[in-house]
Design a protein around this ligand. Structure first.
Ligand SMILES: [Zn+2]
Ligand SMILES: [Zn+2]
Length: 163
C-alpha cells in the first residue's frame, strides 16, 4: 500500500548532506521522505548510540576498558587513553625483561657516576645504587674527577660494557 503524505516529495537524496545524520535531520525538518543513504546513516548512528560507554568508577584504567568491552560498548576516551598507556607499559616491561642483565648494571654504574659527580660519599652511592664498594672501587678508582671527567668516564664505561 502506498500512502501519500502531505509534504512528502520523493525518496531520492535531496541534499548534499544525504547519507549523514545531518541529512537525516534535514528530511525531518523539511518533511521530505527519508532516502536510503540517510536511513542507513541513521541506523548506523543508532547502533553506535547503543554502544555508547557507561562511565564507571574504573574508567581510565585497563579494568575500565575491559568492562566496556564486556558490556559490548565503545570504550570511553579516558579508558582508551588508559588502555594505550597500559599497553605501552606492558610492552616496555616485556622489553626490559628481555634485555640482557649488563644493561641494568650499566645503569647503576651511570647513576653512581652521577652521584659521585654530585659529591656523594661512597656510602651514599652504595646505598642508592646497590653496588658493592668493591665494584665502585674498580669502576671509580680514587673518584677524584671533576664533573666533566665523570661524564667521559661514564661514556667509557658504557662502551666497555657494550663491547
Ligand atoms: Zn537523504
Ligand atoms: Zn571508561
Amino acid at each position: 500500500m502506498a500512502y501519500v503524505f502531505r509534504g512528502v516529495r520523493d525518496a531520492a537524496p535531496v541534499s548534499p548532506k544525504c547519507g549523514t545524520r545531518a541529512g537525516y535531520m534535514e528530511h525531518i525538518k523539511f518533511k521530505t521522505e527519508k532516502c536510503q543513504p540517510c536511513k542507513d546513516a541513521h541506523a548506523a548512528y543508532k547502533r553506535e548510540y547503543i554502544r555508547r560507554p557507561t562511565m564507571r568508577i574504573q574508567c581510565g584504567t585497563y579494568a575500565g576498558y575491559k568492562r566496556h568491552k564486556r558490556a559490548d560498548e565503545n570504550p570511553c576516551e579516558m579508558c582508551l587513553r588508559g588502555y594505550s598507556k597500559y599497553m605501552a607499559d606492558y610492552r616496555e616491561k616485556k622489553q626490559r625483561a628481555t634485555e640482557p642483565k649488563p644493561t641494568a648494571f650499566e645503569e647503576r654504574i651511570k647513576r653512581a657516576a652521577e652521584l659521585f659527580a654530585d659529591g656523594a660519599s661512597q656510602t651514599e652511592v652504595v646505598r642508592t645504587t646497590g653496588l658493592c664498594k668493591e665494584t665502585l672501587r674498580k669502576y671509580f678508582p680514587g673518584q677524584r674527577w671533576s664533573f666533566v671527567e665523570a661524564g667521559e668516564y661514564g661514556a667509557a664505561v658504557r662502551y666497555g660494557a657494550a663491547a
